[in-house]
Design a protein around this ligand. Sequence first.
Ligand code: SAM
Ligand code: SF4
Length: 490
Amino acid sequence: MTKPFDIGVEALRQGLPDKNRRDADGAKAPDDRVRAMSELPSASLRARKLRSPEAAAKSFYLETFGCQMNDHDSEKVSGVLLGRGYRAVETPADADLVLYNTCSIREKAAQKVFARLGDWKTTSQGKIIGVLGCVAQQEGEEIFERAPWVSLVCGSASYRRLPDLIAELETGGRRVTGLDLDTDETFETEITRRDNPFRAYLTIIEGCDYSCAYCVVPHTRGPERSRRSDSVLSEVRRLADAGYTEIQLLGQTVNSYRDPSPRGMHFVDLLEAVAAVAGIRRVRFTTSHPNDFTREIVRAIDATPALCDHIHLPVQSGSTPILRAMRRTYTREEYLEKVSWIRAARRPISLTTDVIVGFPGESEADFDETLSLLDAIQCDGVFSFKYSPRPNTLAREMPDAISEEEKGRRLAVLQEHQRQIQIARNQTLVGTEFEVLVDARHAARDQWAGRSTSNRTVNFTSRHQSLLGEYVQTRVTRAGPNSLVGEHVV
Ligand code: SAM
Ligand code: SF4
């Protein structure tokens, strides 16, 4: 896990943070920011959970691979462990419980996990080693065969069972698994350890009901389950009370959200309700599926300044026959039509996308269609991947595989093509102003860094000393393909 902010048992005992405490130069004290990252259970519950002296001595290390959903799942898993009296440590060597929250979206990511597990072959003595997430779900009990020193295997659709599984291990259980996929509930925790002090992630929908031919997610994360709107909104209010101003709603297909409670909110209703919570200044959401992307989403962004002017809308390919083979449920023309709604908005809305190159059967002409689609949509960022055959997917059995070498060539061509688009687009931003939420300091460069509502990174200079967590107006002075350089406008 990168730079975890450990709220620790003491922070749990002390209760909610004092949002207004500031340090000598006026910045929010780091301790406050760190504690503001947790949502805390009621005092009586805390006392009950923290009383066990046996558990209080134990420590855990959790490493996360993959997407933001995995990062956020890890925040919740950490919360479960902290609630049981575990403390987080920085290195696996110091931990009693070593957990890997894994990703299997591409083969390389899955291989990395087995390399990590291999490290423990002769040195796991006395430690509990656990595999969570997508590789756990995909490989199941076979993990015990490949790495007999592992004692916990739990897929994300079974995280609700984690406290019980950990309890079983604490009382001497040798091997435990949580591999059910047919759960109709979402994973909610009493405590979530927040690792990002400036942006709070919040899952509103888990799993996926689509069946894209290349994708393991429906197999590893199970069917789609939306979280009740009242539960989402009360978490947002707690986050706002804890000092968060920016919320990112998460889901594999976030815009397929359907409130299971009698209120029956649609995705746009929920977006507007979250944006209306006092104290919330920015609401982001990812990932949107083009099939469920509606004009109402664009209208809501236009009408509600707190809804960020950025949409991540993965296209995967610019060729309709390849989209059909991928089972993406839309054509090139339908995707372009949705982009035209975004481009017609009154607020300029930033667009990013995902592309897979080298899907089985992708001809040179299909690939050219993808490049021409990138020209047409003028994105501000593209996440591009070589197609990776995955277990339990339709595409794995498809004929006309593209060679690794050719996939690599297409990826390089596409990335250079998009780089030129981004250089040209960002150049037009020189001289314009962006309000950014400051989230980093680069001391060596004497620069601060922040994100605009359109999710652009601005690295800027300022005379001010303590800007972390502040909203600051910046003017762009230079532009690169992936970020902007600017100055603080005072
Ligand atoms: N649910 C999102 C959607 O439908 O657009 C995508 C979620 S997936 C975790 C993130 C991205 O990984 C996908 O958009 C796709 O570009 C990429 N991806 C998924 N499976 C892949 C595979 N087998 N090979 C290469 N890239 C893949
Ligand atoms: Fe995977 Fe497709 Fe579901 Fe996205 S919509 S998670 S790509 S199956």
